[in-house]
Design a binder for this molecule. Structure first.
Ligand code: SAH
Ligand code: SF4
Length: 446
C-alpha cells in the first residue's frame, strides 16, 4: 500500500515540476514513506534518519520529509525528536505536498496531517517507478474502521472510503494498454469495498433516493468482474480480504473468470476463539474454517495465504496450540508471521497488558514458522508434475539464463529462458521445488 501511495506522491509532485532522482546523493528532497504497524518498522525509519545525517553534512540544503502512517501517528512530535526532518505529511494530505515544498524555507518546519473522509486520489494517475512494467498495484479504497484491538491503522489512515469504480477500471485499462499484464487491487479490507452514487453524485442522500433506478451501487465482486473484463490477458489479484466479509458471491465471480488469480490472502491472526474475540476480529475459528471450506468448494485450485500474530495479550499455551492447529487444518501456502507489538492508542494499549514475555513470543513465533515451512514444502511438492500458466516477470536473480514468473496461485516458478521474455505467458511444468520456489520447464509457448 505504501508503494502505491508513493506512486501517487510521485505523480502529484511531477505535475508541479519536481522530478524523481533515484540517486540519493543527488536529491534535493528525500521523502520517506513510513509504516507504523509494528514498532520495529518505526525503529528502522529512525535508524535511516540517523544514517542520512552524514549525507546532510555534505549537502546542507537537502530537506528530509516523513510521509505516511508514522507522520500521522506522531505528528509534530516526530520533528521535535528528529531534528533533521523538515516536513511531515499524513496519508490523506499528499495533495498539499507540492505547495509545501515550494514554500518550505531553510530552517522552517511544516506539517500536514489532517485525515479525510473522502480523499481517494481517484483522479491521480500514479507514476509507476521502480516497476517491472508487467505488474502494478491499484489502490481501490483507503482507511479502515474495523478497530482490531492490536492495530494502529484506523488511527493512522482514517475512515474507510471506496474509490469510484470507473476510475479504477480506467486505470487498469491504461496499464494494460501500456503493456502491464497483472494488477493487484489494494485495500485494508477489500471485501467491504462499496461505491454508491446517485446520477453522478456520491452517495444517495436519503433511503428513497437509494431506491430509484439511477442509483448505482458497486460492491467488491462486481468491481472484480469489471476489472477482469478489461482483457482476458490482464490478470487480477487483490489484497487484503477480511474473513468476516468473505462472501460466496466473490468466490463465484473468481470462479467465473480465468484471469482472476486463484489466490486468497485471508489473515487469520489466531486460531483461538478467545484470542479472536479479544482481538475484535468478528469471527470465530469455526466461521473462518467455514470460509476456507467455501474457498475449496468454489475454487479447488486456489492457494490460501495468511497473517498471524504470536503472543497477543494474555495468549496462553492453549491459545498458541490452537493457532498451530489452525495452520495444520488450513495448510497455508504462505504466511506472514509476526510477534505482537503493542501500538499506542489501540484498544490493547488502553485496556490490556503486553504480558507475554519476549522470549515466549519468540519461541511461539518460531514454532509457527517451522510448522509453516514444513507445510509450504509439502504443498509445493504436490505441485511437481503439474503444468501452470506463468506470467513471466523477469530474469532470475540466480542466473540470467533463467526467467521467473508466477502462476495464478501466486507461486514463483523459475525455468530456463529459451526465447521467452518478461510480459509473456508460458506453460511451465514443475519438476522440482523448495519451500519457497517451484522449478520447472516450459512445455509449450503461447
Ligand atoms: N487489513 C489487513 C491487515 C493489515 S496490517 C487485515 O485486516 O487483514 C498487516 C498485518 O500486520 C496484520 O494482518 C497483522 O497480522 C499484523 N499486525 C497488525 N498490527 C500488529 C501488531 N500490533 N503487532 C503485530 N502484528 C500486527
Ligand atoms: Fe488493522 Fe483490523 Fe483494519 Fe486490518 S481490519 S487494517 S488488522 S484494524
Amino acid at each position: 500500500m505504501n508503494l502505491a501511495d508513493s506512486e501517487i506522491v510521485a505523480s502529484l509532485l511531477s505535475r508541479d515540476n519536481y522530478a524523481i532522482e533515484k540517486d540519493i546523493n543527488q536529491a534535493d528532497y528525500i521523502l520517506i514513506n513510513t509504516c507504523a504497524i509494528r514498532d520495529n518498522a518505526e525503529q528502522r525509519i529512525r535508524k535511516r534518519l540517523r544514517e542520512l545525517r552524514a549525507l546532510q553534512r555534505g549537502r546542507q540544503w537537502v530537506k528530509i520529509g516523513i510521509l505516511g502512517c508514522m507522520a500521522e501517528r506522531l505528528q509534530k512530535q516526530l520533528m521535535e525528536e528528529e531534528d533533521n526532518v523538515s516536513f511531515i505529511v499524513g496519508p490523506d494530505a499528499y495533495r498539499q505536498l507540492p505547495q509545501m515544498l515550494d514554500n518550505l524555507k531553510d530552517g522552517e518546519k511544516l506539517a500536514e496531517t489532517l485525515l479525510s473522509e473522502t480523499e481517494t486520489y481517484d483522479d491521480i494517475e500514479p507514476v509507476r517507478y521502480d516497476t517491472n512494467g508487467i505488474t502494478a498495484y491499484i489502490s481501490i479504497m483507503r482507511g479502515c474502521q474495523n478497530y482490531c484491538a492490536y492495530c494502529v491503522v484506523p488511527y493512522t489512515r482514517g475512515r474507510e472510503r471506496s474509490r469510484d469504480p470507473r476510475t479504477i477500471v480506467d486505470e487498469a485499462r491504461t496499464l494494460f494498454n501500456k503493456g502491464y499484464r497483472e494488477v493487484t487491487l489494494l485495500g485494508q479490507n477489500v471485501n467491504s469495498y462499496r461505491w454508491e452514487a446517485e446520477s453522478g453524485k456520491r452517495k444517495a442522500e436519503s433511503e428513497a433516493d437509494a431506491a430509484t433506478s439511477s442509483h448505482i451501487s458497486v460492491g467488491f465482486p462486481q468491481l472484480m468482474a469489471m476489472v477482469a473484463e478489461v482483457s482476458p490477458l490482464l490478470r487480477v489479484r487483490f489484497a487484503t480480504s477480511h474473513p468476516k466479509d468473505l462472501s460466496d458471491e466473490l468466490l463465484q465471480v473468481m470462479a467465473r473468470y480465468d484471469n482472476i488469480c486463484k489466490c486468497i490472502h485471508l489473515p487469520v491472526q489466531s486460531g483461538s476463539a478467545r484470542m479472536l474475540k479479544l482481538m475484535n476480529r468478528h469471527y470465530t475459528p469455526e466461521w473462518y474454517l467455514d470460509r476456507i471450506d467455501a474457498i475449496r468448494r468454489y475454487l479447488p485450485e486456489c492457494s490460501i495465504t495468511t497473517d498471524v500474530i504470536a503472543g497477543f495479550c494474555t495468549e496462553t499455551e492453549e491459545d498458541h496450540q490452537a493457532t498451530l492447529e489452525m495452520f495444520r487444518r488450513v495448510r497455508y501456502d504462505y504466511a506472514y508471521m509476526f510477534k505482537f507489538s503493542m501500538r499506542p492508542n489501540t484498544y490493547a494499549a488502553k485496556h490490556l497488558q503486553d504480558d507475554i514475555p519476549d522470549d515466549v513470543k519468540t519461541r511461539r513465533l518460531e514454532e509457527i514458522i517451522a510448522l509453516q515451512g514444513e507445510i509450504a514444502l509439502e504443498n509445493n511438492q504436490k505441485e511437481i508434475g503439474k503444468t501452470f500458466e506463468v506470467l513471466i516477470e523477469g530474469v532470475s536473480h540466480r542466473s540470467d539464463q533463467q526467467l521467473f514468473g508466477r502462476n495464478s496461485q501466486n507461486k514463483v516458478i523459475v525455468f530456463e529462458r529459451g526465447d521467452l521474455h518478461p510480459g509473456q505467458y508460458a506453460n511451465v511444468k514443475v519438476t522440482r521445488c523448495t519451500s519457497a520456489t517451484l522449478i520447472g520447464e516450459v512445455v509449450d509457448n503461447k
